[in-house]
Structure formats: C-alpha cells, structure tokens
Write a protein that binds this ligand. Sequence first.
Ligand code: PLP
Length: 458
Amino acid sequence: MNTIIEPFRIKSVEPIYFTTREQRSEILKKAFYNPFLIHSNDVLIDLLTDSGTSAMSSNQWAALMQGDESYAGSPSFFRFEKTVQDITGFPIVIPTHQGRAAEKILFGILGGKGKYLVSNTLFDTTRANIEFSGAEGVDLLCPEGKIPTVPAPFKGNLDTEQLRTFIREKGAENIGACILTVTNNSGGGQPVSMANVREVSTLCAHHGILLFIDACRFAENAYFIKLREEGYQDKPVPEIVRELFSYANGCTMSAKKDAFANIGGFLAMHDESLATLCRNMLIITEGFPTYGGLAGRDLEAIATGLQEVMEEHYLQYRIRSIEYLTAKLMEAGVPVMQPAGGHAVYLDARAFLSHIPVHQYPGQALVGALYEAGGIRSVEIGSLMFGKNDGSGNLIPAQMELVRLAFPRRVYTQSHVDYVAEVIIEVFAGRSQVHGLEILEEAPMLRHFTAKLQPIQP
Ligand SMILES: *Cc1c(COP(=O)(O)O)cnc(C)c1O
C-alpha cells in the first residue's frame, strides 16, 4: 500500500469559516494587510503557526480529567517528570508555562554581559532572551542551510569548523552555552544529523562548554534521522531520541510543538547546582517547582502527548504531509524551499513575485494574495520580520524573503492540503497582478506583529 493515511479518526470537529473573495478583500484591507490583525474566524485554513494549535487526542482529553491541582507535590507532576526523564534521560525536570519561560530562566543564568551563546540558528524568542540578559547570540549554520533551493539532507547542521574558530577567537570561558535547535525552525524546519550533534558535543565537552538542545521538534528531527542517516533505519524513534539527548547537558522545550499541548514547556538537565539556580528563579517568575506556571491538567496532557508524538505512523504522516505539498508545488514550478522541512512549507517569495522589489515586501504581498484568493493565513519570514532600517529610511533586507505555511498537528486532512496547493498554484499563475506594499505604521521592535501596510498602486 502506497497511500500514507491520517493515522487517526475524528471524534470531535470544529467549524471552519467560509467567506467570499469580496469579503476577504475588505477584511484584508481593514487588517492593513497584516495577517496577525485578521480575526481567526475570518480564516478558512489557518497556517499561521504550528504552536499551541495541535488537536489533542482522546487520551490527552481523558488525561486532563486526571489532573491533580494540588499546589505542591501533585501526582500529575510526578507523571510528567517521569515521562520527560524516560524520554530524554535528564534526571532533573522543571516545568514552565511555555518555551520562552524556560529560556528566560536558563539564559538569565548562563548569559549576561560579555557572554556568547552559539547555535545552529537561534529561534527569535531564544535570541531575544539571550540579548535581554546582555549576552550576544551567534548563529553558525552550515552553508547549505542558507540557500532555499539547494536540497541537502541535514540543512539544520551547525558548522563545526566555524565553531572551532569561534572558540579559539573568543575563548571557551566566554561562551555561556552552545544551543542546537532541532529542527531548525527559523531555517525552514530542517533537521540536524546525529553525527553533527555528536561532533558538536565532543567539541563542547573538550572545551568545557555546556550543550543544550532547543528540543521543540525533537520527534520530527529524530524521524528525519531515521529516514536519512546511515545506521538509523531500523532503530525505534524513542531510541534515536534518547541518543540525541544523551550528547547534551540539558534541554529547553515548548510543549506547544512536539507535545500536542496547547500550552506548556520545560527545562531539563543533569547538573544539580545549575538546577538549583533555575528553581530559585522559577519560584519568582513561574511558580512552585512541581507546577511551574501550569495547571496539573496541563502536565497530564503534556505527559501523554510526549509519548504519542514518537509513534511512527504519526511521524510518517506528519513528515509526508509537508513533503506532499512541497512536491505538488514543485511540480507546478512554484519556488519552494527544498527539501521539505518537518512542520512547514516555505515559499521563496523573492522568486515567486520577482517583479516586486524587496523594499516593497514581496513576502507580505504574497501572504495577502493567498488570503484573498483562498482564505489561507500564512506568515512572512523576510524583510518585514527581520529587515533593519539603515537610519536614513532605507531598508537593510533580510537574507531571504520567505512565506511560511506552518501546519498544526493532526488538524487538517489531505483534501485541505490539496486545496492549499490549488490556491497557491492559482496565485502563482496570476502573480503579475500582485502588488508590492508600503508601511503606514510600525512599532520599533518585532514590527511584523502590528505593522499597518497598504498596496502600492502602479
Ligand atoms: C516556539 C519555539 C520556542 C519558544 O517556545 P514558546 O512556547 O512559543 O515560548 C523556542 N524555540 C523554538 C525552536 C520554537 O519553535
């Protein structure tokens, strides 16, 4: 049998909202061409993010009812703790209300002025928390990871040659930690190979540098290793996951990703003295160490989700559905990032709308066009998000102009994906009709969330 099916059946459904093209044009205009300002019940297929948007399983909903809401020492915490210990091998587990809370605590301790935190690519909240501590975040991604149209199996790898040079130049004592983001969210959801994790680990250990995994998509990354890396084809995913974590000193995790939860996160590690510092901070910012800003029922849902996410039928369906859409688009000549990543399809907006100059935000224009044509919500990852101002009003563009279509886990079916492909291909055929945008209003930081734009009439 060749067809890879959704490995679940549907017990509870929620409506999606149909609108006409005329209505959507009006809605888009009122939202100032910014998808974050569109109400979600005006969206038909919502691919804004895969974070916190998963469908929970019947077992997770059942686990919610088992949640024990005691302030201290809840059995829900001990179940959560044991699950994370079994999966990662880290003995110390500290719950937090989401991933960035774990980052705030950890990098508040390991960061600070004069320190460097090096990574394959830091996710934006990770970088923000590092910079907030006064430290500097440094991305050392392998060269193939920076070119969207060049396929390679592990485009999330850290460039170990550059890491060696960096350690030599800055001194190991000034490096707060090394962070491997698996998969590389900001770099197209591309995986990191086990060989790379091992090599980075050896290098860090040799210099006494701590290695942490940003583990948000650990199961997707492990499945890519199983598919693509020599020697892992016959290993069960939990074994691959355990090996991956075995090379690190600890991890940060957002349970809104590979734990199918709508909220939650954690920090896990080996070192007791570092954990004591983390727990002291946790009590100020998150709560007592056996709940860390979460309800007992959330801890139950996360514990169940963490086990479900490693099931191979699920991972096969998950990776395949992203690859399926990527392949359909490539067949139609649509410029997409290659190979397909784990959680999202990335359109290369610079090539897609080559008639729109970068300072007119082709990515954001494409986001608007997809919404208008088919009610699909996506997000620009380009110069609106990462562009800088040179001080005299000129844009310093981002490295790439991408549009991300992130898939919530277990939410949409194959016909939804077929529909998305159809809409994108139709917009591609009529791309000369899409106009560039100009900014009317913007905030000084993280402007993409609230910026107001309007089309530039030719
Ligand atoms: C989502 C994410 C985070 C932050 O997690 P939140 O739960 O959104 O705070 C950190 N790193 C990566 C790679 C992520 O994808």
